[in-house]
Design a protein around this ligand. Structure first.
Ligand code: F6P
Length: 360
């Protein structure tokens, strides 16, 4: 049986994308007569017809490589149906290119936005399979996304290194960790790195409670404090605002980074020296850790099996120790936030880590 597979990586890159591409390709070549078309720069490549006929050799030596050999871009879902000044109907172009290339299916590797577009294309009649990637781990229906564990490793290393300098200088160190609107990355890295406080978007913080953590440590002769703050974290007042109002307020305050905001507010409440560290895109860079290589490969192999069976309109997922697939329509547009009752939150609390919620 011959199958022509289109493949693309969309949204922010992460370690493990190449391992997943390799997994899809190698398992497909083993299972059936596969021809693979790689779209450059995510959905942009599918819209513009920017593609290459891939050779088997292109999938060699990429297991440990960070980034994506196909390139990626952010093509927001909300713009997909908008016909701009260039007069391009993006959805029609994607369907036309899929047909023109004689594809049997399209494999999309991406996060939440990618899954929304994948679902739309599936509903438009294309055979689509999703693979969940993101350092944010915020895709509904899967225990973990690939890329997440590598980012946890990197963020943990940052926290480890900050510990020694924090202790030497008697400082409060505030480390801002990516994760978009979700606190997963900060929660895991904060626990792994032994942070004293973890601030995440799902559990708005009160700066008075952050100050209490620092003071309690000082009373116990611990002269430094490590605070892991998610980039999307907000205080209790901000949490009451709409997103646009919140952003406007941050802009006006001159603190677009939450870490600098927390540092400033903390120093207004108590007499401490605070410093901020923002590793940013370092968290997405470099080689995937072993866990992510395995997960990416498992996801890729599962996608090839789905193609072999002709099962489409789904996205691959991890459920405990099993690799499963969920309907794209069940996953697209559904968030996976940290819940305050999650076992990871409970574990952190049991370790004396504070989430600095208001006690009012
Ligand atoms: O979704 C992955 C992510 O790294 C988020 O954690 C972060 O908010 C965002 O992408 C950054 O996006 P960009 O790479 O476009 O700056």
């Amino acid at each position: 049986m011959k199958r022509r597979i289109g493949i693309l990586t969309s949204g922010g890159d992460c370690p493990g994308l190449n391992a997943a591409i390799r997994g899809v390709a190698r398992a497909s070549y083993a299972l059936f007569d596969a021809e693979i078309v790689g779209f450059r720069g995510g959905y942009r490549g599918l819209i513009d017809g920017d593609y290459q006929e891939m050779t088997k050799a292109q999938f060699s030596n990429i297991l440990t490589m960070g980034g994506t050999i196909l390139g990626t871009s952010r093509t927001p879902f909300r713009d997909m149906r908008v016909v701009g000044e260039d007069n391009v109907d993006k959805v029609a172009q994607m369907k036309a290119n899929y047909e023109k290339l004689g594809l049997d299916c399209l494999v999309t590797l991406g996060g939440n936005g990618t899954h929304k577009t994948a679902n739309m294309l599936s509903q438009e009649g294309l055979n689509v399979i999703g693979l969940p990637k993101t350092i944010d781990n915020d895709i509904y229906g899967t225990d973990f996304t690939f890329g997440f564990h590598t980012a946890v490793e990197i963020a943990t290393d940052v926290i480890d290194r900050i510990h020694t300098t924090a202790a030497s200088h008697n400082r409060v160190m505030i480390i801002e960790i990516m994760g978009n609107k979700a606190g997963w990355l900060t929660l895991y890295a904060g626990l792994a790195g032994g942070a004293d406080a973890i601030l995440i978007p799902e559990m708005p913080y009160d700066i008075k409670e952050v100050a209490k953590v620092v003071e309690k440590r000082a009373e116990a002769n611990k002269n430094f404090t490590i605070i892991a703050v998610a980039e999307g974290a907000m205080d209790v007042e901000e949490a009451r605002l709409k997103r646009k109002e919140r952003e406007a307020r941050r802009q006006a305050s001159g603190h677009t980074f939450v870490a600098t905001k927390v540092a400033k507010e903390l120093q207004e409440v108590i007499d401490v020296e605070a410093r901020t560290v923002i590793p940013g895109h370092i968290l997405r860079g470099g080689t995937p850790c072993a866990y992510d290589r395995v997960l990416s490969t498992q996801f890729g192999v599962h996608a090839a099996q789905l193609i072999s069976n002709g099962t489409y309109g789904v996205t691959v997922a991890l459920d405990g120790e099993r690799i499963i697939h969920n309907s794209l329509s069940d996953v697209a547009g559904v968030a996976k936030p940290v819940t305050p009752s999650h076992y990871m939150v409970k574990t952190a609390r049991s370790m004396g880590i504070s989430f600095c919620e208001s006690d009012d």
